[in-house]
Design a protein around this ligand. Structure first.
Ligand code: CMC
Length: 431
């Protein structure tokens, strides 16, 4: 029996099969079960994919036990401190950090694609003013597939590269426009003299009547937020993009599917839910009551911004953002912000509580991002949009990787069927 194998025996009939174990550069070894169905006629059942690696990847690595996150091998803390968003995007998309010349070229391409077709802007008029900006994002990013379809050959490497910079260039403009639409203010066109975060701030908060000065502390903090959210291996939205993309669908449509998946409060929507929760708790004195509710098996309430499927330790992104939140609030003279104080108290009490310790529930990235964004003046319903626009980088990188994967086939899970067996149709009179 080979050493790097797992032997599986079907005790009903004694049939057995040796399955190879593959070891990546890091992370738990993986049993390659591809022979299971052809050889033994068995499927595996793993709701929520808690034990399933759906693909091989070289982009992002998470060690959930140790609280480590690496993009292409580089620790997230170093990137957040020393890199910037477009350089990190280059790293994720291409695998290596760029030279100055490569970075200049990449930034130039993103800028070249920062404007959107005027007809696309007309789409916004079809949305009610109170439409959730994530709903607008799903629609407008999906609509890019109508503008770039016939000439986009997903099997052509240059076309895939063009798609990448086109989406990165446009998504910030689309995101800012979804905010301006709600305000009833004119859309602010991109300013290619600014960096990515500065331009985004200008498109969000600028108005044609006044000159907009980018606050360097805010643009640095926003840039950090973008870096921290750029990729996170095979999470729900990334897996959605991969699944939709595996059918050969237009990649803008696949990304739109990912935006839909990100919206949920258990995923990217948690940042919005954190602020709603802090507002509901209202006062530091109420914290024990809500902690009690979060622990009760009979109460659906959960501490939003706490817990993670993969991290059983501190989410390293939350650590960076906790410090950044302090810096931003201090710079804005709002260190006494009651929501920040409430968040710190909630974190303190939860981290000392037996329930949270035992279940290894720590603050995740969403716990602090909303506090910073809110201090910047970004409204709560735009938080997940900010997440989506930065995660576009990861989705594109993962889609590009998938498209050249020799193992690429259409994603098609199977099921354990527990429904009715075959039966004859009854006419309506006989039922
Ligand atoms: N508050 C209270 N209890 C919790 C929480 C929480 N935030 N999270 C998990 N638990 C409990 C849960 O009730 C369960 O208890 P039991 O074993 O007694 O049934 C146990 O911990 C395991 O939870 P789970 O739901 O089985 O774990 P999961 O890995 O399926 O879920 C999660 C991970 C992130 C969906 C979950 O922790 C959660 O709902 N957190 C709140 C939402 C949130 O902050 N989401 C953002 C995630 S990070 C950013 C992103 O992914 O976009």
């Amino acid at each position: 029996m080979a050493k790097n194998t797992v032997t599986i025996t079907d005790n009903r009939n004694g049939n057995s099969l040796e399955l190879p174990i593959q070891q990546g550069t890091a992370g738990p070894p993986v049993v390659d079960i591809r022979g299971l169905y052809p050889e033994l006629g068995l499927f595996t059942l793993d709701p929520g994919y808690k034990s399933t690696a759906a693909c091989t990847s070289r982009i992002t690595f998470i060690d959930g036990e140790k609280g480590i996150l690496l993009y292409r091998g580089y620790p997230i803390e170093q990137l957040a401190e020393q890199s910037n968003f477009t350089e990190t995007a280059y790293l994720l998309l291409k695998g290596e950090l760029p030279t100055q010349e490569e970075l200049d070229g990449f930034n130039g391409l993103i800028r070249k694609h920062s404007m959107v077709h005027e007809q696309l802007l007309h789409l916004y008029q079809g949305f009610r003013r109170d439409a959730h900006p994530m709903a607008i994002m799903v629609g407008v990013v999906g609509a890019l597939s109508a503008f770039y379809h016939d000439e986009l050959n997903i099997h052509d490497q240059q076309d895939r590269e063009r798609f990448a910079v086109r989406l990165l260039g446009k998504v910030a403009t689309i995101a800012a426009a979804s905010y301006k639409h709600a305000l009833g203010q004119p859309f602010v066109y991109p300013d290619n003299s600014l960096d990515y975060a500065g331009n985004l701030l200008k498109m969000l908060f600028g108005v044609p009547a006044e000159k907009y000065e980018v606050n360097p502390i805010l643009s640095k903090a926003l840039d950090k937020i973008l870096i921290l959210h750029a990729d996170h291996e095979q999470n729900a939205s990334t897996s959605t993009v991969r699944l939709a993309g595996s059918t050969g669908a237009n990649p803008f449509a696949a990304i739109s599917a990912g935006i839909g998946a990100l919206w949920g409060p258990l995923h990217g929507g948690a940042n919005e839910a954190v602020l709603a929760m802090l507002a509901e708790i209202g006062d530091v004195k109420q914290v024990p009551k809500f902690i009690k509710r979060a622990k009760s098996p009979d109460d659906p309430f959960r501490l939003m911004g706490f817990g993670h499927r993969v991290y059983r330790n501190h989410d390293p992104r939350a650590r960076v953002l906790r410090e950044e939140a302090k810096k931003v609030l201090e710079a804005l003279g709002r260190l006494e912000d009651p929501r920040f104080k409430l968040a710190l108290e909630l974190e303190r009490i939860a981290l000392e509580d037996e329930y949270f310790i035992e279940k290894k529930l720590y603050p995740n990235v969403d716990f602090y991002s909303g506090i910073i964004e809110s201090a910047m003046g970004i409204p709560t319903n735009m938080f997940t949009v900010m997440f989506a626009l930065s995660r576009c980088v990861g989705w594109i990188a993962q889609w590009k990787e998938m498209m050249v994967d020799p193992d690429l086939v259409i994603g098609r899970p199977r099921q354990l069927y527990e429904g009715a067996g075959p039966r004859d149709y009854l006419s309506i009179e006989q039922r």
